[in-house]
Design a protein around this ligand. Structure first.
Ligand code: AMP
Length: 544
C-alpha cells in the first residue's frame, strides 16, 4: 500500500522559490571583488537566476550539461548557481587555489561547457584557455566596462551582457527527477587524480534540512550569516542551500578573507553566525588581539574542515563570548556528517571538561550513520578509546565518483571509508585521532605528499624522500620534506624547494627540508609515515 501524500520532488529550485516568496526582502550583501558592497535580496536573486537559466537555454545548455564557476562567494555566483541547477544542468564549482595544470585536468574531465568567473581569475584562465576545448563561452562577472581591451579567451562576455534582454519569465524550473545531478565538486583530498563528487538535487535538499537542525548549523530568519567557507568547498558547507531555507540574511565575503576584512563585515553588518576553517579564525583572532576590537554581535561560529584548535575555543568563548561549534565532514558527505552540539550529559560540565568534548568532532546527524571498524572490518566498541577506520553511509553520501574514477568506493554493506581514523564514545561523540590518507591539509586546502615526494626523488642527489604534515599555528599543518641523500651527494634545501616550486602552487611547497641518514620503511617496503610523524611530532618550522 502506498502512502497518500503529495509527490513533491526534492529539487533545489524550490529552495530559492521559498526564500523569494517568504523572505523576499531579506538581503544578500556581497563584498564584490572590485571592492564596493553590493546589496540585493532573495527576490532579486531569483529574478536574475531565472535570467541566467533563460540565457543558458538560449545557448543550447541542456539537462546534465556542466557549467563551471571560478569565483568567490557573492550574490552573482549565487545567481549562476540557482540559474544552472534550476534547469537541471550541473553547477561545477572550481577551486582557484589549485594550480593551473590541476584546473585544466578537472575542467576537461568535467567537460564544462561554460565558465563563469571573477575578474581576478582572468589571467589564470587566459593562461590555460587553449587547453580547454570543451569550454564554449567564458562569462566574466560585472558589466562590459570591466572587460579587457583584448583577451586570449574565446567568446568572452560580461555577465551583465549575458543577461541583457532576458526576462526569465518563460523559464520552467524543476520538473525533473529529484535524483537528477545538481552540482559537481572535485576533491583533491585523496591520492591520485582529483575525484568528482556529483551531488543530486535530493541529496542537497536533504543535507540542507539535516544541517539546519538546531543541534547543527541551524539558524533562523533573524540571523545575519557570513559564510566564509567558499562556495567551491563542498557547497559552502551547504549554506547556499540551507540559508535560503531559513530565510537568513547572507553576507558574502568575496575574495578578502584576512582578519581585518572579515572583522569589517562582522561589525558593519552585525553578523550573528559564521562558518569557516580554523585558519580564518586564527587570522581574525590575531587581528582582534592587535586592534583590541571586540565581537558584540557575533553569537556562534561553526569551525570544521580541520580539527578546531583548543586556543580558538578558549579565546572565542572565554574572551569574546562567541560559542564555538565543531563540525566534521567531507566533500563526499555533502559535507556535514557530524556536529559537536552539547548533550544533556555534557552541557553542564565545568568549562575545562566541556572543552575536551568540544574538541571532538561530534555526533552523527540524522541521515548520516557513523561506524568505526578495525583492519578486518570488525566493529569497534563505542568506548571513546578504540580507534579505527571511520565509515559513513547515508542519504547525502557519495555512492561513486563522477565517471567512476576510483571504481567501487563502498563496501558490501554500503559503507564509505572516510580514510579518517577515529573513535566514538558511549554518548556517540566521534573524535578523529589520525588520518589514513597520505595528504596534508593546510589552511583548509589539500597538499598531496606523494606528488611532492615524486618531484623530490627526481633530483639526482636524492635517494628517497618523504613529506609529512607537521602542526603549524596558523595553517593547522604545513608540509615538511624529509630527504635521504645518495652516498657522497649533497644538495641545498633551497634547490630542492625551488625544484618543487616549478611543479606545484607556491602554497604547496614544503616549509622546510630536513636530511636524515635513513628514511624508515615498513614491512611492505613503503615509507613508514607513522614513524616519521612520531619522530617529527615536536618539530617547529622556522615560519611558525
Ligand atoms: P574535504 O573533502 O576537503 O572537505 O576534506 C575532508 C577531510 O577533512 C576529512 O576526511 C578529514 O580528514 C578532514 N576534516 C574535516 N573536518 C575535520 C574536523 N573537524 N576535524 C579533523 N579533520 C577534519
Amino acid at each position: 500500500m502506498l502512502g497518500r501524500m503529495q509527490d513533491w520532488p526534492l529539487t533545489v529550485d524550490k529552495i530559492l522559490d521559498h526564500a523569494a516568496i517568504n523572505h523576499g526582502t531579506r538581503e544578500i550583501i556581497s563584498r564584490s571583488v572590485a571592492g564596493p558592497i553590493v546589496r540585493t535580496t532573495y527576490a532579486d536573486i531569483r529574478v536574475r537566476a531565472r535570467k541566467v537559466s533563460e540565457a543558458l537555454l538560449a545557448r543550447g545548455v541542456k539537462l546534465g550539461d556542466r557549467i563551471g564557476t571560478l569565483a568567490w562567494n557573492s550574490g552573482d555566483h549565487m545567481e549562476t548557481w540557482y540559474g544552472t541547477m534550476g534547469i537541471g544542468s550541473v553547477l561545477h564549482t572550481l577551486n582557484p587555489r589549485l594550480y593551473p595544470e590541476q584546473l585544466v585536468w578537472i575542467i576537461n574531465h568535467a567537460e564544462d561547457r561554460m565558465m563563469f568567473f571573477d575578474v581576478t581569475f582572468l589571467p589564470l584562465l587566459e593562461a590555460i584557455a587553449d587547453k580547454l576545448p570543451t569550454v564554449e563561452t567564458f562569462v566574466m562577472y560585472g558589466d562590459d566596462s570591466m572587460l579587457p581591451e583584448s583577451t586570449k579567451l574565446p567568446n568572452l562576455i560580461s555577465n551583465e551582457a549575458f543577461l541583457s534582454g532576458m526576462s526569465g519569465a518563460g523559464v520552467t524550473w524543476g520538473g525533473f527527477d529529484e535524483n537528477t545531478a545538481c552540482g559537481l565538486c572535485y576533491t583533491s583530498g585523496t591520492t591520485g587524480d582529483p575525484k568528482g563528487v556529483l551531488y543530486s538535487h535530493r541529496s542537497n535538499v536533504l543535507h540542507s534540512l539535516i544541517s539546519q537542525h538546531v543541534d547543527a548549523m541551524g539558524v533562523g530568519a533573524s540571523d545575519v550569516v557570513l559564510p566564509i567557507v567558499p562556495m567551491f568547498h563542498a557547497n559552502c558547507w551547504g549554506l547556499v542551500f540551507s540559508l535560503p531555507i531559513a530565510g537568513s540574511t547572507i553576507v558574502m565575503p568575496g575574495a578578502q578573507l584576512d582578519g581585518e576584512s572579515v572583522y569589517e563585515l562582522l561589525d558593519a553588518e552585525k553578523v550573528t553566525y559564521s562558518a569557516a576553517v580554523p585558519t580564518v579564525w586564527m587570522m581574525l583572532a590575531e587581528y582582534l588581539e592587535q586592534s583590541g576590537k571586540m565581537l558584540p554581535h557575533l553569537k556562534r561560529v561553526t569551525i570544521g574542515g580541520s580539527a578546531v584548535p583548543e586556543n580558538i575555543i578558549r579565546l572565542f568563548e572565554g574572551k569574546y563570548d562567541v560559542q564555538v561549534d565543531h563540525g566534521w565532514g567531507m566533500t563526499e558527505t555533502s559535507p556535514l556528517g557530524s556536529y559537536c552540539a552539547m548533550s544533556p550529559e555534557t552541557k553542564d560540565l565545568p568549562f575545562e571538561e566541556k572543552i575536551k568534548v568540544k574538541l571532538k568532532q561530534g555526533r552523527a546527524l540524522f541521515g548520516a550513520e557513523l561506524n568505526v571498524v578495525d583492519d578486518a572490518g570488525r566493529q569497534l566498541p563505542r568506548d571513546g578509546k578504540s580507534s579505527g577506520h571511520l565509515m559513513i553511509r547515508g542519504c547525502a553520501i557519495a555512492a561513486s565518483y563522477y565517471k567512476d574514477v576510483g571504481g567501487n568506493i563502498l563496501d558490501e554493506n554500503g559503507w564509505f571509508d572516510t580514510s579518517d581514523v577515529a573513535n566514538i564514545d558511549r554518548y556517540g561523540f566521534m573524535q578523529i585521532t589520525d588520518r589514513a590518507k597520505d595528504v596534508i591539509k593546510s589552511g583548509g586546502e589539500w597538499i598531496s605528499s606523494i606528488e611532492l615526494e615524486n618531484i623530490a626523488v627526481g633530483h639526482e642527489a636524492v635517494a628517497n624522500a618523504a613529506v609529512i604534515g607537521v602542526a603549524h599555528p596558523k595553517w593547522d599543518e604545513r608540509p615538511l620534506l624529509i630527504v635521504q641523500l645518495k652516498q657522497d651527494c649533497s644538495v641545498a634545501p633551497e634547490e630542492l624547494l625551488a625544484l618543487i616550486g616549478q611543479h606545484v602552487a607556491k602554497w604547496q611547497v614544503p616549509d622546510d627540508v630536513v636530511f636524515v641518514n635513513e628514511i624508515p620503511l615498513g614491512a611492505t617496503g613503503k615509507i613508514n609515515k607513522l614513524a616519521l610523524r612520531e619522530t617529527f611530532r615536536d618539530y617547529k618550522f622556522p615560519t611558525a
